[in-house]
Design a binder for this molecule. Structure first.
Ligand SMILES: [Mg+2]
Length: 364
């Protein structure tokens, strides 16, 4: 349960005065903290759109990425509808696996690791995965050969962003149950990654999504402190770096990029990636930075996430999910979200129907 929500729980003594205030209090609490349908849609569509915009330039450097973002994608956001040759609208493994996670939680009425692991196994074994990460592909191979989900994850120190890139639906489903959200963010990640930094990254993205969804992102410092506190369940060092975001968000992107892209890495470590690498610490920090620095504009947030280069489908996906949850579907250009697809399936209609189902379940 988000901390601010708990603050508004009313004592029994007060409830018993004069007449029963519960129905009014419940209505007010629902009005204050129940996310609307548009925010659920914004989260899922925002993730897929950020992912699909980053996909054509994944792994490219800052020059290529900023040129693509500001010379092409900007015109699309301003109203021009790209042809399928210019932009196919295909999103990648980040959003495919986030979508599968959300669908699994909706079908099972909560997180079921067996079911989600089976879905990972199926999507990989049927070769439907787009742009797979190495650790998740290895885990899927283990699942395929009969290894249990408890043992399938890649051992440390492998610490890519595979758990965090698909964690936003955990924030959607458990936004009103923090304890469960933290546990599920870790467990869904454990299927593919066993490094505690991967669990902390998954918790950070799920937590940021939950806070954005429930309008608890206005107070930037409180937002950062909550996420750091939740990430600390799994990794102290990562948690401390999340707190440094309070200083980093005061810097413009060209100054924040160097310290964030090196965060959590030893000084002599070279990963060979331009911009932001797939390392979970730097890519989650950069996504949180992009959202927090530009939280009132979906475009500004994802263009910041993607234009610096590197693992940009994932930084686009994570930033897009949080920014979309915060601003709602209206903040996303519909002529672009209508073009989203996964090899011709799971387009706008199916994605919004899935987000609506989650909203419906949480409302009841
Ligand atoms: Mg990807």
């Amino acid at each position: 349960m988000p901390d601010n929500y708990r603050k508004f729980q009313v004592s029994k003594r007060r409830r018993n005065c004069f007449f029963n205030l519960d129905p009014f209090i419940n209505l007010w609490q629902r009005y204050m903290f129940e996310p609307s349908k548009t925010k659920f849609r914004g989260c899922l569509l925002g993730q897929c759109l950020g992912d699909a915009l980053g996909f054509p330039i994944e792994g490219h450097d800052e020059n290529d990425c900023s040129s693509f973002i500001f010379r092409q994608a900007k015109y699309w956001f301003d109203g021009y509808e790209p042809s399928p040759e210019e932009w196919p609208g295909q999103y990648t493994d980040d959003s495919q696996l986030a979508r599968e996670l959300l669908e699994s939680m909706i079908e099972k009425g909560g997180f079921d690791p067996e079911d989600y692991a089976a879905r990972i196994n199926v999507i990989f074994s049927e070769q439907r995965i787009v742009g797979q990460g190495l650790a998740t592909a290895n885990a899927a191979r283990r699942l395929y050969s009969g290894v249990s989900w408890k043992e399938s994850g890649e051992a440390p120190p492998s610490a890519g962003n595979g758990t965090a890139m698909r964690a936003a639906p955990v924030g959607m489903f458990y936004y009103n149950n923090t304890e469960e959200m933290i546990k599920v963010a870790h467990t869904q990640g454990w299927i593919s990654h066993k490094d505690p930094r991967c669990s902390a990254g998954s918790v950070a993205i799920a937590g940021a999504t939950a806070l954005a969804l429930t309008d608890q992102a206005e107070d930037t410092n409180a937002f950062i402190e909550n996420i750091a506190k939740w990430a600390a369940y799994y990794n102290d060092e990562f948690s401390k770096l999340i707190l440094v975001l309070k200083d980093w968000i005061l810097l413009p992107p060209h100054k924040a990029l160097a310290p964030i892209s090196r965060a959590g890495k030893s000084p002599d470590y070279i990963d060979g990636w331009p911009g932001i690498s797939p390392f979970v610490v730097s890519s989650v920090l950069w996504s949180l930075y992009s959202f927090l620095r530009y939280k009132d504009s979906y475009w500004d947030a994802i263009s910041t996430a993607v234009s610096v280069g590197g693992d940009v489908d994932t930084t686009g996906a994570m930033t897009g999910a949080i920014a979309g949850a915060y601003k709602g579907e209206e903040a996303l250009p519909k002529h672009l979200t209508k073009l989203l697809n996964d090899r011709g399936t799971w387009g706008y209609e199916e994605l919004t129907a899935l987000a609506d189902k989650c909203h419906e379940i949480k409302k009841s």
